[in-house]
Design a protein around this ligand. Structure first.
Ligand code: TXA
Ligand code: MG
Length: 319
């Protein structure tokens, strides 16, 4: 096996920063999911992300920076973006903005678009790594393309243990949020949500006073080039809105009234969507290993983080 899980000591963070500077890949924890990081200014390093993930090259990557001032080196802020960054950074919000002319970011990061998706993560280990490397870090979720996003260091090992080169994984524990960041096109006056995630549409409306355009409408307008339909997929078929598991099905349960079943994991026995989001990917991975023919998922309330959970479940069920 060629993955190394490292405790996030100062020494290990420094060594990982050095690896980034030398164009190698490093896995870093964030508050949403683990990221497969590379120097975002290094074409070859960014190309290696695509290669290791087996990702179609038209799907652009998120650039992670230390603070808003650093982001301003690479993208042009609008008043809307400033408002959102002020409230939600560091945190699970990614802003899609116009790339600064002549900026040093690899063109491969934006896969040919004239925009860049950028965010300031809220995990101390991610921030320490970015600061010691003194680089913008391109990082998609650290899973193979189309598979379930990792929310623990051990998940990353499951994804990349066949990797021919050694991959360092900084262990930041289980991710607090557990679903990816919300991606918002903030180039205009209206926030356009390209991907639902850790910051809810209601939170964005509260801060901006504007009703965000939701992903379905946004994708009709072709704003989201990289939104693959099938994604986050377990190996087993996933059946949605189940009230009872069939025989030979495992149950991804939710809430206090879940039926009894041998292979069952409850995302939140109390019916809390925040807790459910944090458990979602780990439980999908776990049920995917059970000796069953499929996974049945109970309905999740379509509110707050439930919107992002239902989006991920719908994609995981599509194949
Ligand atoms: O929480 C997260 O966002 C995690 C952690 C590691 O930060 N990262 C993540 O990255 O989920 P990734 O690469 O798996 O997802 C990036 C999303 C994709 O849906 C992609 O299409 C979109 O962001 N995206 C990236 N650049 C874009 C751009 N220039 N315009 C529109 N969408 C973009
Ligand atoms: Mg991903």
């Amino acid at each position: 096996m060629s993955c190394r899980i490292l405790e996030p000591s100062t020494q290990n963070i420094l060594a990982a920063a050095k690896r980034l500077q030398q164009g190698e890949l490093v896995v870093l924890p964030t508050e949403t999911v683990y990221g497969l990081g590379a120097d975002a200014t290094n074409d070859k390093a960014v190309a290696n992300i695509y290669a290791l993930k087996g990702r179609p090259t038209f799907n652009p990557l998120i650039v992670h920076v230390a603070d808003t001032a650093s982001a301003q080196h690479y993208v042009t802020f609008t008043p809307l973006a400033e408002m959102l960054a002020k409230v939600f950074w560091p945190g699970p919000l990614t802003l899609v903005l116009e790339r600064q002319k002549g900026c040093k970011l690899s063109l491969l990061v934006s896969a040919g678009l004239d925009t860049v998706a950028i965010r300031v993560p809220a995990h101390p280990v991610a921030l320490a790594l970015i600061a010691s490397a003194n680089l913008p870090v391109a990082a998609p979720s650290a899973n193979r393309s189309g598979k379930i996003s990792p929310t623990q260091a051990s998940h990353v090992v499951e994804e990349f243990c066949e990797n021919p080169e050694e991959l360092s994984i900084l262990d930041g524990g289980a991710c607090d949020i557990g679903v990816e960041s919300t991606v918002v096109d903030a180039r205009g006056e209206l926030p356009i949500i390209l991907r639902l995630g850790g910051v809810t549409p209601a939170m964005i409306e509260d801060v901006t006073g504007k009703k965000p355009v939701l992903p379905e409408a946004a994708s009709k307008a072709l704003h989201s080039p990289g939104m693959l339909e099938s994604h986050y997929a377990p190996t087993l078929p996933l059946r949605l809105n189940a009230t009872q598991p069939h025989s030979l099905e495992a149950l991804l349960a939710f809430g206090p009234d879940a039926p009894e079943c041998e292979h069952s994991l409850n995302l939140s026995p109390t019916g809390n969507v925040v807790e459910a989001a944090a458990n979602l990917f780990a439980f999908l991975r776990e049920l995917d290993k059970r000796p069953v023919k499929g996974i049945a998922a109970m309905p999740i309330p379509h509110e707050g983080l439930g919107l992002a959970i239902n989006d991920r479940l719908a994609r995981a069920a599509r194949r």
